[in-house]
Design a protein around this ligand. Structure first.
Ligand code: NDP
Length: 280
């Protein structure tokens, strides 16, 4: 992280995670490779992919060709729903690592809890084994609501280091955020700009703040995530936007302006509801 101005968050097992990274959902393998190359050149050191995105190989090629020491890059991938279960997880992890071309992973996440399928505890036991075997530096979950977290915590050895959830000004997830803070679980925001539909970026309050701080709507929103203490992973496959999205460390939103964004919450999901999503 030496080349980057991005701050780090210290996870509950003591390891450092960059607070801003690049997401690559809906980028194909070649697009993801190019986007990660640009991001690493621009100072990003956190990359967020998933088995389900079909671009782990492209991400791996970009990392390999970057010339940046492996230990300076924080790589996250996720276990897909169809691979939940103890043996299935161990196998899926090896497949992801082969595609990424890595010999250890920084963060592995259970992509969705799928409560009705009810395999997430067996899946987590496999995560704990991979963690104990030092193949992963931190293990976590994604899309877990407080009741899923409770179920996991009641039956496990390792507290998840991270919960990656849909979080943006229109969906602020106060209850889940509070439950994670209580357990020292780092919140990571997915669809931090509101996702591909983009309507959060068009919000008039955000536009007004953009004018006030001479920043774009995306930069205002990313800065709000940073000042809220969340890890944030905006996705773009455009070089100028990748640069724009990391250029958020030369200004600070006032308390009043943080409040103005907090007041935009309308509990509006852009993605699926984890309580009812069993396959995505
Ligand atoms: P984001 O909120 O990051 O928004 C991405 C969209 O915004 C894209 O259409 C992108 O277009 C556009 N965009 C990016 N930067 C700018 C900018 N500066 N100005 C205007 N438009 C911009 O949505 P995502 O849903 O991709 O979420 C981010 C990441 O979170 C994903 O890539 C993935 O890694 C992760 N994620 C995890 C999920 C989970 O279940 N755990 C679910 C969904 C996402 P373009 O690329 O054309 O520039």
């Amino acid at each position: 992280m030496a080349d980057s101005s991005v701050p780090v968050r210290t996870l509950n097992n003591g390891i450092a995670m960059p607070q801003l990274g690049l997401g690559v959902w809906q980028a194909n393998d070649e697009e993801a490779e190019q986007a990660v190359i640009w991001a690493l050149q621009t100072g990003y050191r956190l990359i967020d992919t998933a088995a389900a995105y079909g671009n782990e190989a492209g991400v791996g090629r970009a990392i390999a060709s970057s010339g940046i020491p492996r230990e300076d890059i924080f790589v996250t991938t996720k276990l897909w729903n169809a691979d939940q279960g103890y043996d299935e997880t161990l196998h899926a992890f090896d497949t992801s690592m082969e595609k990424l071309g890595l010999d250890y992973l920084d963060l592995y996440l259970i992509h969705w809890p799928m409560p009705a399928v009810n395999k997430y505890k067996d899946t987590w036991r496999a995560f704990e084994k991979l963690y104990a075997d030092k193949r992963i530096r931190a293990i976590g979950v994604s899309n877990f609501q407080p009741d899923h977290l409770q179920g996991l915590l009641a039956d496990s050895q390792v507290v998840p280091a991270v919960n990656q959830i849909e979080l943006h000004p229109y969906l602020q997830q106060g209850e889940t955020v509070a439950a994670c803070i209580a357990q020292d679980i780092q919140i990571e925001s997915w669809s931090p700009l509101g996702g591909p539909r983009g309507n959060v970026l068009d919000d008039p309050v955000v536009a007004e703040l953009g004018t006030k701080y001479s920043k774009s709507a995306a930069q205002i929103i990313i800065r709000w995530h940073i000042q809220s203490g969340f890890v944030v992973i905006p996705k773009s496959v455009h070089q100028e936007r990748i640069q724009e999205n990391i250029d958020v460390f030369d200004f600070e939103l006032s308390d009043d302006d943080m409040q103005a964004i907090a007041a935009l919450n309308r509990n509006l999901r852009m993605g699926p509801d984890p309580a009812t999503t069993n396959s995505k």
